[in-house]
Design a protein around this ligand. Sequence first.
Ligand SMILES: [Zn+2]
Ligand SMILES: [Zn+2]
Length: 202
Amino acid sequence: MEVEATEPVSYKLGNLNMNNLIGSQVSLEFTGEINCIACGRDIKKTFSQGFCFPCSQTRADADICIVKPELCHHGFPENPCRDEEFAQSVCFKPHVLYAALTSGVKVGITRLVNVPSRWIDQGATAAIPLAQLPDRFTVGQVEHELAQKYADKTHWMTMLKTQHPEGNLEAVVEMMLDDLDEMGIEILDDSEMVQYNFEYPV
Ligand SMILES: [Zn+2]
Ligand SMILES: [Zn+2]
């Protein structure tokens, strides 16, 4: 679903405003048709994010760095991206390292253009951007390092049950900033390190 950072968050499925349907009875019927999100062909089952098998094996947007940014290899001449345009428009774009409050506090990364929708997709009730890094590999390395210490314990069910998950975002952010300092990572200015808050239409 498409999301928008309104108060509360808005969800759209195609042209349908899903917020308006809260409290109503909704039925969904599966047409039986499954299409690859890239090439559109009719398939029996999907791979990765909704690709057909050939697309999942060949496309740059089905590559490992989508799920594991620290393994992005697009800057390495011996193993370059399969699609230079993709690499330039995704992997070599500025990324934001953030701390988000979901069912606990987690560290994550997203491309600058996906702020704040990425946080909403994760069901975060609050998020604070910490640093901006020049590409996916670099930000992936930092995230990977921090994630060892601040494990993600998000469970989507929790997000449906409570609007106030446990966890002290500010306190964890203070610790993360110390870690970043030790790693020699430049953090954002105070004016940019602002907390975003989200309320969900549950
Ligand atoms: Zn396909
Ligand atoms: Zn990449």
